[in-house]
Structures are given as C-alpha cells and as structure tokens.
Design a protein around this ligand. Structure first.
Ligand SMILES: C[S@@+](CC[C@H](N)C(=O)[O-])C[C@H]1O[C@@H](n2cnc3c(N)ncnc32)[C@H](O)[C@@H]1O
Length: 235
C-alpha cells in the first residue's frame, strides 16, 4: 500500500492496522509504542469526537488482532509500551502477555484533575503504560528510573490535534530508553502522530498506521513541522 505520508525516517499509512502490519518486514521492529483505543466508549463533541473502535470490548478485540498482525514483525528483543486506562488495564495486560513477557506497569502522573464524580472518587490524574519485552533480553537504556513518570504535562485541549493526544516529551523518554540508536518504532494506532514525531526528533525510524484520515492529516502536518523546526538527531 502507498503510504499516506513519508519522509526519510517516518512512514504513515491510512489503513486498518490489522491489515497493514502483516506487510512489515519480519523481526524489524525494536519498539512497539502505542496508545490504542481504551475500550472506554470515549465520546466527545466537535474536535473531541468519539474514538474509532473505542466501544467496550471492541478496543480489546482490536488490540488483540493488531498484536497478532504485528507479532512476526517484532524483533526477538523488542520492547513494547502500551498505554491504557485503569479500568481496562487488566484486560490489556492479559492481551499483551499473550504475545510478550510483561515486565511491569508505568504510571504517567498527569498532576491534573480529570472529570467524573469529583466529590466521591479520587481524581483520575494518571494513565497506565504497560511495559513488555520479547523472548531475548535487551536492557533498558540509561540510568534506572522509578515507574512513576512525572513532569510531563498533558497537552492543553486547545492545542490538541487529537482528543487523547499524548505529550511528545513523555514519548521521547520512553523511546530513548527502549529503542536503540538506528532502531525502528511502530505505532499501529498513531492518532495525530505523537509517537512518530517523538521518534523523528530522536532520529529513530518509525512506522505508523491510523484509520482516520483527519488524524493522518494532523500527523503529516506535525511531522513536517517537526522537520522544519530542526534536523533530527542522528541516533
Ligand atoms: C487513543 S488514539 C491515539 C492518539 C495518539 N496517541 C495521539 O497522541 O494522537 C487511538 C487511535 O487509533 C485509531 N484506530 C482505531 N482502530 C484502528 C485500527 N484498526 N487501525 C488503525 N488505527 C485505529 C483511532 O482512530 C485513534 O485515532
């Protein structure tokens, strides 16, 4: 399939990842970094419109099928980092551990409220990121960190290109530690391309797949802007 967008480091497909991933070269991916539909039936208005495949149970099924399609393209020493919501993370953990060995869960502490029962529940001010690895051990890069990642502010709503956009700075930290220099990052649920932008800024190669054209458009725009803002570091 012809890419929707391509530059020297990054390739983005407008496609269903369950079809597109089967074409990736075998054992080529060093890091699967993704933020799949959470299975929380996310609904929003206008730009914060509903997320495709986000109905309860549907998110899980899509993730399971995406991991099955991506399986042969993962290197034996690949790492995987999968964002999830506290309510669906046990199911996500089961799904991921059918393919890879779970090493633990990181917590992205957003230091910020969130909606819901404001007087009857604790603020949902964090997201969970599952960390899993392939059969062949490859250590994390850099000094050892704790599992709670703080200091990465969520993208403010008016600045978001996607309703569940993740901060590029957080994704850069994750890529720097789990993808070697010259390695390949795969994001099967690319949204507005935050993981692709982070990989590009670090000089890593990246492949993304996104089902909705409006988000592919946003990702292509962001990748071009990142190219204009600075030459990628060769790593
Ligand atoms: C949680 S969002 C990712 C947001 C992204 N992290 C960002 O920062 O913009 C998940 C994305 O997966 C896409 N998606 C859902 N099912 C898909 C599928 N089968 N193949 C590819 N993309 C899919 C949705 O359209 C949505 O944009």
């Amino acid at each position: 399939m012809k890419p929707y967008y391509e530059n020297a480091l990054t390739t983005l497909y407008l496609a269903d990842c369950r079809d597109q991933l089967v074409d990736l070269p075998s054992a080529s991916v060093d890091l699967l970094l993704t933020d799949p539909p959470y299975g929380m039936a996310y609904e929003g208005k206008g730009q914060r419109a509903a997320i495709r495949a986000d109905a309860s149970r549907q998110g899980m099924r899509v993730l399971r099928q995406a991991l099955t399609a991506a399986g042969p393209s993962l290197a034996a020493d690949a790492h995987a980092l999968v964002f999830c919501h506290w309510a669906s993370w046990p199911d996500f953990a089961d799904t991921v551990s059918a393919h890879l060995k779970l090493k633990g869960a990181l917590v992205w502490w957003k230091n910020r409220g969130g909606v819901g029962d404001c007087t009857g529940s604790y603020a949902p001010d964090y997201e969970v990121v599952l960390h899993a690895v392939g059969a062949k051990r490859r250590p994390l890069l850099g000094k050892r960190l704790g599992a709670v990642l703080a200091g990465f502010a969520p993208v403010p709503p008016p600045k978001r290109a996607h309703p569940t956009e993740k901060p590029v700075s957080l994704l850069r930290l994750l890529i720097e530690r789990s993808c070697p220099a010259g390695g390949l990052v795969l994001d099967p649920f690319a949204g507005s391309g935050s993981a692709l932008v982070a990989a590009q800024q670090l000089g890593r190669r990246a492949v993304g797949v996104e089902l909705e054209e409006r988000y592919c458009e946003a990702a292509a725009r962001r990748l071009e802007q990142a190219l204009r803002e600075g030459q990628p570091r060769v790593a």
